[in-house]
Write a protein that binds this ligand. Structure first.
Ligand SMILES: Nc1ncnc2c1ncn2[C@@H]1O[C@H](COP(=O)(O)OP(=O)(O)OP(=O)(O)O)[C@@H](O)[C@H]1O
Ligand SMILES: [Mg+2]
Length: 252
């Protein structure tokens, strides 16, 4: 499938969104348009607002002001069922087995009997946990739990994946494996939003937004952001710091 171009519709549209936790303003007038069928990275330091923005996208939070549209609609339960959401903190049940966790999420997403079993088998093989399917989750390694969390987000084949720091704690081999898999998904037309701190993840994304203090400070393809510094050889870290210093919104 062809990659998104300027004329393609957006899978997510965030317009001038402000969000506060009590007196703490986590997002300040944030605007972001995410095209269909690309991997889109949300990059920023601790507290930048990535998780808050993701929770708004999946409908767990409502903006204090501004608007969010996902898959062409306002976030709702119906829209949430078409999103594969992997939260930053594991939502797995440690006392249940790998298979039982997947079955639980597949039921929440409304997959009926036979389809559910097939879907679970498919994702278990995708994340290479087939042999561990009867193990209790509490006995898995951290990386295996990450793989299972991803499998839970994928089980209903959603057109949109929203993954909050999915590569944290993964070994380099597994990170490469995840990214190959994400690239395969976007080729098939799935849209992926992924938050991260690491510039290694950033380099793999089709497009990036640099977030800082609840605002987007720059947005565009990785190389365009590097070019935006005036030095095409600049690293993404250097590009981030450059846009922090510039202090205005930059669209590459
Ligand atoms: N439930 C909450 N109650 C109050 N303040 C919160 C809550 N969740 C987040 N915040 C605050 O909102 C701001 C943005 O937090 P958020 O979790 O969105 O950042 P983040 O970019 O995801 O950070 P990290 O990289 O550490 O995951 C921070 O100042 C944080 O302390
Ligand atoms: Mg976070």
């Amino acid at each position: 499938m062809q990659k998104a171009v300027a004329a393609t519709p957006n899978v997510i549209e965030v317009e001038n969104v402000t969000f506060s936790y009590g007196k703490l303003r986590a997002l300040s007038g944030l605007t972001l348009h995410i095209p269909v069928g690309v991997s889109f990275g949300l990059l920023g330091p601790n507290g930048a607002g990535k998780t808050t923005l993701i929770r708004l996208m999946v409908g767990l939070l409502r903006p204090s002001s501004g608007s969010v549209r996902v898959l062409g609609e306002q976030p709702s339960r119906e829209v949430a069922a078409r999103i594969g959401y992997m939260p930053q903190l594991s939502a797995l049940y440690p006392d249940l087995s790998v298979w039982e966790n997947l079955d639980f999420f597949a039921r929440i997403y409304g997959l009926p009997g036979a389809t559910r079993r097939q879907a679970i088998d498919r994702v278990l093989r995708l994340v290479d946990l087939w042999k561990r399917r009867d193990d209790v989750v509490g006995h898995l390694s951290g990386g295996m739990r990450q793989r299972l969390s991803l499998a839970c987000a994928l089980v209903h084949r959603p057109p949109l994946l929203v993954l909050d720091e999915p590569t944290v704690g993964l070994d380099p081999e597994l990170r490469v494996h995840f990214w190959r898999f994400f690239q395969q998904l976007t080729k098939e037309g799935t849209s992926i939003v992924i938050s991260s701190h690491t510039m290694d993840d950033a380099a793999h994304c089709d497009r990036l937004a640099f977030l800082r203090e609840g605002q987007v400070i720059a947005e565009g393809p990785p190389q365009a952001l590097r070019d935006g510094t005036g030095d095409p050889k600049a690293t993404l870290e250097e590009a981030f710091l450059y846009f922090v210093r510039r202090g205005t919104v930059n669209v590459a």
